[in-house]
Design a protein around this ligand. Structure first.
Ligand code: CDV
Length: 357
């Protein structure tokens, strides 16, 4: 094994049926997947967006008290209070016992020091070797709408109602303990100033959540930090009665766009990526499966075969990121930032002026 190899997994979950599905039931399923991961020598397991519950933004929930049940409290004094929440602690304990890092999604209710409360769609990275969370990401691209669609029988997508866009940006982070012999800052200080340390340290990771994977901007922010492995959890609608096409046609198209986004993002930023979905029929609607692991050439190495709980795993070699990073996507050689200002100065589309007759 090259020194930059380790085994990663997407822990796909089948449906979490309803708003009242008992939490311990779902936790037990997650722990079972972790135990399976241990048998396969997996070092990192990625769970879906809003892992612990049904996809609650698919429902119209009127009562503030009911909504609160889907959020975990956090604050500057306790940014990772999720670790000791009864809704998550048994999973954390199991990850620590098995020595497996995990990332998972949940609704985060953040109370700032001035008392302001903000709700986010959040994912964290828990390092088993450090026994703590070493990174947090808050979903930036929130799809759907604020006001429910009032047409009878439609599938709702109300993320703009329940969440505020994330405020943490796309911050890559290094993960200790995954690779033996990774270059550390002390070693690098002893090297000559001209020695290239890129691709030699502890792995560089980043997180996205569901809809974010469709936006090249987030991927590139990570690409510019040398990302080697991107983690992404999702709940993606397979079909909805208000959209055109049969259910099968819509699902095929949803799967095509899911794969296209994951494969393009990995290729264009020369990184591996793990995509972990919640799949199947929940009470609000139907979700695609196809949890997958993608290599830096954009190939899907492995993909789920069911819409149930399923561990999708592969051994990856981060050395394989070097080719793309040093040739086609050697950013330092080929990017032309003098032409990219529109990307940050403009949000919506401005077409060129109309032509005259
Ligand atoms: N949870 C999501 O972000 N879902 C969106 C759907 C609504 C399109 C997604 O991009 O997969």
């Amino acid at each position: 094994m090259s020194s930059r190899q380790f085994t990663v997994a997407a822990a796909q979950l089948g449906p979490v049926k309803s708003l009242t599905t008992p939490r311990p039931e779902t936790l037990a399923r997650m722990i079972k997947l972790l135990e399976e991961a241990a048998l396969k020598s997996v070092k990192l397991v990625v769970f879906p967006e809003l892992t612990f519950t049904t996809f609650f933004p698919g429902y119209i929930i009127e009562s503030a008290e009911e909504i609160a049940k889907f959020f975990e409290p956090a604050s500057p004094a306790k940014p990772y209070a999720i670790l000791t929440s009864p809704n998550a602690e048994p999973l954390i304990d199991k990850a620590t016992e098995l020595g497996i890092d995990i990332s998972f999604g949940y609704g985060e209710r953040w109370t700032a020091d001035d008392g302001k409360v903000t709700d986010y769609n959040t994912a964290v990275y828990y390092s088993a070797s450090q026994k703590r969370c070493i990174a947090k990401y808050r979903k930036i691209h929130l799809p759907g709408r604020y006001e429910p669609d009032t047409r009878p029988g439609v599938t709702q997508q109300l993320e703009k109602r329940y969440f505020t866009p994330g405020d943490l940006g796309f911050q890559a982070f290094r993960v200790p303990g995954l690779i033996e012999g990774a270059l550390k800052s002390e070693d690098s200080a002893a090297l000559g100033a001209s020695e290239d340390t890129q691709g030699k340290g502890d792995p560089v990771l980043g997180m996205l959540i569901c809809n974010d994977r469709r936006w090249a901007e987030g991927w590139r922010c990570y690409g510019l930090q040398g990302i080697e492995l991107l983690l992404d959890g999702y709940n993606t609608t397979a079909f909805a009665p208000q959209y055109e096409g049969s259910n099968a046609e819509q699902e095929d198209e949803a799967l095509f766009h899911h794969r296209l986004s994951c494969q393009a993002g990995s290729y264009q930023n020369a990184c591996f990526s793990v995509h972990s979905g919640k799949a199947g029929e929940e009470d609000h609607g139907s979700l695609i499966a196809s949890s997958c692991i993608v290599d830096p050439n954009g190939h899907i190495i492995t993909e789920s075969k069911t819409k149930d709980d399923e561990l999708v795993y592969a051994t990856i070699d981060l050395e394989k990121c070097r080719k793309g990073k040093e040739r086609v996507f050697a950013f330092d050689k080929h990017r032309r930032v003098e032409h990219y200002s529109r990307l940050v100065d403009q949000v919506g589309v401005k077409e060129p002026a109309l032509l005259s007759r």
